[in-house]
Design a protein around this ligand. Structure first.
Ligand code: CO8
Length: 259
């Protein structure tokens, strides 16, 4: 590989993965997506990492799939290879630790879809979200019509997908796509600090909580409530539940062991 498309580092119990293809605003190529999935799997396997932050540059989280690479694809190639993103749905189930998208600048097309595949999105005031595929004569191919609709509702999803316009961070927050908007200055440091707070919890319990929230999008309320209750019951089999509640009663900080 001529360039390092993805950079990984660990800060405390937080794994930080940075998409690094600045000349093309982090356009997502096949190769980049492969390296990114390897980086995520490595963070999942590293027991020192409790939470993963996925970010890009100040100017772009990712400006979408690589249009130069995509423009000459033909139907049989993409259909037979199940590209784009067939294996990413599997990946999503393998990465059980919380993944936070830290979005600064453009998150467009596949970039917006990649952010939506994460468990939550924190945006810098400079963030711009959109599904501009319609302007290229195609449609979103990695969840843009599905996850965006679940996040912001049908009317706004239609508006974004059919016009290809961008929405800014404030609009994205009020529409429910983004959890928090943070100032541009020290944006990534602030997200990492929030992630460190999460990472101080029990890793096991973090994974259980993530699984429950994700089930809410996939099932009926009745089944989701039952799933949640059973997982809640399961937390009482962990040492971390004993530690958390003993610490509260003893008026001290908990020291979770991921057990
Ligand atoms: N693909 C390839 N190159 C890109 C992309 C892209 N998506 N976006 C930007 N670039 C390149 C530009 O060609 C330019 O290269 P060069 O310097 O060699 O001319 C460089 O990045 C800088 O871009 P601009 O000069 O255009 O920068 P501006 O600040 O003027 O504009 C924009 C920034 C508005 C973000 C503009 O670059 C833009 O509109 N980009 C395309 C956005 C887009 O249409 N994205 C959707 C792509 S389709 C898609 O994502 C389908 C998803 C399917 C799933 C994908 C899973 C991997």
């Amino acid at each position: 590989m001529s360039e390092e498309f993805v950079l990984s580092r660990i800060e405390g119990a937080v794994g930080v993965i940075t998409i690094n293809r600045p000349k093309v605003l982090n356009a997502l190529s096949n190769e980049l997506m492969h390296v990114l999935s390897q980086a995520l799997l490595a963070m999942q396997a590293d027991s020192n990492v409790n939470v993963i932050v996925l970010t890009g540059s100040d100017k772009a989280f990712a400006a979408g799939a690589d249009i130069s690479a995509m423009k000459d694809w033909d139907y049989m190639d993409v259909y037979k290879s199940n590209y784009i993103g067939g294996d990413w749905e599997t990946m999503k189930n393998v990465i059980r630790k919380p993944v936070i998208a830290a979005v600064s600048g453009y998150a467009l097309g596949g970039g917006c879809e990649l952010a939506m595949m994460c468990d939550t999105i924190y945006a810098a005031e400079s963030a711009r979200f959109g599904q501009p595929e319609i302007k290229l004569g195609t449609i979103p191919g990695l969840g843009g019509t599905q996850r965006l609709t679940r996040a912001v509702g049908k009317a706004k999803a239609m508006d974004l997908v059919l016009t290809g316009r961008m929405m800014d961070a404030k609009e994205a927050e009020s529409a429910g796509l983004v959890a928090r908007v943070l100032p541009v200055d020290n944006f990534l440091d602030e997200v990492i600090e929030i992630a460190q707070g999460m990472a101080g919890m029990s890793q096991t319990t973090l994974m259980m909580a993530k699984e429950c929230v994700n089930v809410a999008l996939e099932t009926t309320l009745e089944q989701g409530l039952l799933f949640e209750r059973r997982v809640f019951h399961a937390t009482f089999a962990t040492k971390d539940q004993k530690e958390g509640m003993d610490a509260f009663v003893g008026k001290r900080a908990p020291a979770f062991n991921n057990m």
